[in-house]
Structure formats: structure tokens, C-alpha cells
Design a protein. Structure first.
Length: 315
């Protein structure tokens, strides 16, 4: 089974026509939205940080694992002039899958402009670098001469490229929608397979907050991900939140998994979110399920925050 896993991963990563996941995916995209949408920098009043880990397809040999850190902050000294808000942030993301690994690092800037008294639009840009590492040494292949392929054994490479991500975000206190693009430099990796290239990835996200009365709110949201040579993916979240203290949610990812989610706040400045994915695609034959945990840290006490879905910057 281990050898089969290596072959599957190899096929997904070096075959130019395969519809493969190049970027990490997150079940709880609302709680990790700044990593996905640079236009959110400065959306909250105070410094807002996230640290997270995703272990995908547990039990699958060399399964995808992702660790990320993000933080963003409003620049008060230049914000509020004519209603304009400025924000800056940083994102760092490391992803390992099989014998490949990727590290993304970005410095982010966003500007928020008023459209009406209750609606704003923001534009964000992230400039940074992508480091890609490939090491197929030790990979065993099946066939008449089962063992380590000498060509693969000498296949080791490391690349670094400039990288750009950008986004636009339209929002009010009770709804939000935005589009972002990642890997916009579209780098090509020479000497690995045939025409291996990081494709630009696009993310459309939208949602709404409904009041349930007595501190209860309901938040449906969806995320539509698409790139060239790949089947688009739709993620749907639905949360029931009580007073921004505890929330329960369910999620669905097309052709892949359903999930249960939990979020709770503690000690005024901290929030933890956990997601458990139940895989129903063919990957389930070689793995169990996926786990995702995110720690949120805010410089503002919980009773001064707008909630785990960013609200209007006028608040």
C-alpha cells in the first residue's frame, strides 16, 4: 500500500494534465479568511493573528499537511481620513505533500473605501515569495524491476520565485463578498516532469449574518475555488453562533468531504476553531479523515470585537 501511495502522489504532482490540488485547502475558511483574502488586512480594529494546522487524509502515506501563521493590523495614524482605512499584514504558509513542499511568504497591504454609510469596498495586495522543494529520492516504483528508480533517486530540486496575491472585498455589517487570486506570477519548474507549473488559483467567497435573537446568529457562507486544468470546488459552511462565545458548524466540500466544526472563545483574547472532515471521495480507500485546528489571538478583548466574521469597519 505504501508504494501505491507514492505512485498516486507522483502522478498527481508531475503529470501536466491531471486535475490536482496545488494549494492547501481549509474547511473553516471563515476563521482563516485573511490568509485567503488579502483585502481583509486592517478589517478589525486591533491586531488579529491566526496560527493553524491542517492534517489532511490521515493514514495516507505522505499525506498533505499544512501549517500557517497570519496577522494583520489597522494603521490608525493614517486611517479615518475621509473615511479611508489602511491595513497591513503578513502571511506565512508551509505545505508538505509527498516528496514536495511549498512555502509561501507575503507582506500585505489593503485600503478600505466607503461606498455608502453602511457599505465598504477594499483592495488588497500581497507581495512575497514562493519556495518549492522537490525530492523524489527513495521513491519506490512497481513493475518487473520493483525498487528505487535511479532517475527519481537523483530528482532533487529547490526553487524560489517572487509571488503575488491580490483581492477585492465588498462588505457591510451583515454580509460580505470577495474575489482573490493566488500564485499570480504563474512560475514554471524546469526539469521536473513535463511543463510543471504553479497555476493561478482564484477564490470567490460570500456569506451573510442572520440574527436569531437573544445573542444567537446564523452564518451561511460559501467559497468557490477554481483554476485552469482543474475541476472547480465548492465549499459551504453553516454556523450557529451564540454571543461570539461558542459556535457549532457543518461544512460540505464538493466531491470530497463533509465536516463538523466547533469554535469557542476563552480568556477574552483567544479563540479556537476545530474541524473534522469525513472524506467520501475515493481517497477514503487509502486514508481515514482530516483534522484542522486554528488558534485566533486578538489584541482587543472579546466584548470589543465584532465577531469571528469581520463586520463593518465603521463599528
Amino acid at each position: 500500500m505504501k508504494r501505491t501511495h507514492y505512485i498516486i502522489i507522483l502522478s498527481l504532482l508531475i503529470c501536466p494534465t491531471v486535475k490536482a490540488q496545488q494549494n492547501p485547502q481549509f474547511t473553516n475558511f471563515l476563521f482563516n479568511s485573511f490568509s485567503l483574502q488579502p483585502a481583509q488586512a486592517g478589517l478589525n480594529k486591533c491586531l488579529d493573528a491566526r496560527v493553524g494546522y491542517r492534517n489532511q487524509w490521515v493514514g495516507f502515506e505522505n499525506n498533505p499537511q499544512t501549517l500557517f501563521i497570519s496577522a494583520h493590523q489597522r494603521i490608525d495614524k493614517i486611517s479615518r481620513e475621509k473615511g479611508v482605512i489602511h491595513g497591513v499584514g503578513v502571511t506565512l504558509e508551509g505545505d508538505n505533500t509527498g516528496f514536495t513542499s511549498r512555502t509561501h511568504m507575503h507582506a500585505v497591504y489593503a485600503i478600505h473605501l466607503p461606498i455608502t454609510r453602511k457599505t465598504r469596498i477594499s483592495f488588497g495586495l500581497g507581495l512575497g515569495a514562493l519556495q518549492y522543494r522537490f525530492d523524489a529520492s527513495g521513491v519506490r516504483v512497481l513493475g518487473p524491476n520493483t525498487g528505487i528508480d535511479p532517475v527519481l533517486d537523483n530528482s532533487r530540486a529547490e526553487f524560489a520565485f517572487p509571488d503575488i496575491k491580490a483581492g477585492i472585498w465588498l462588505y457591510s455589517k451583515y454580509w460580505f463578498a470577495g474575489l482573490s487570486g493566488h500564485n499570480l506570477t504563474n512560475p514554471t519548474f524546469d526539469n521536473i516532469g513535463t511543463d510543471v507549473q504553479m497555476q493561478p488559483h482564484f477564490n470567490l467567497m460570500t456569506g451573510r449574518i442572520f440574527s436569531g435573537g437573544d445573542k444567537l446568529s446564523y452564518i451561511p457562507a460559501l467559497q468557490f475555488k477554481f483554476t485552469s486544468n482543474s475541476t472547480p470546488s465548492l465549499d459551504v459552511n453553516f454556523w450557529a453562533d451564540y454571543d461570539d462565545v461558542i459556535a457549532l458548524g457543518v461544512a460540505f466540500r464538493s466531491e470530497d468531504a463533509a465536516a463538523a466544526m466547533l469554535k469557542f472563545s476563552f480568556l477574552d483574547y483567544f479563540t479556537v476553531a476545530y474541524a473534522y472532515d469525513i472524506t467520501y471521495s475515493r481517497v477514503r480507500l487509502g486514508s481515514s479523515n482530516s483534522h484542522e485546528i486554528i488558534l485566533g489571538i486578538s489584541a482587543c478583548p472579546r466584548n470589543q470585537k465584532a465577531g469571528f466574521v469581520p463586520c463593518n469597519a465603521y463599528d
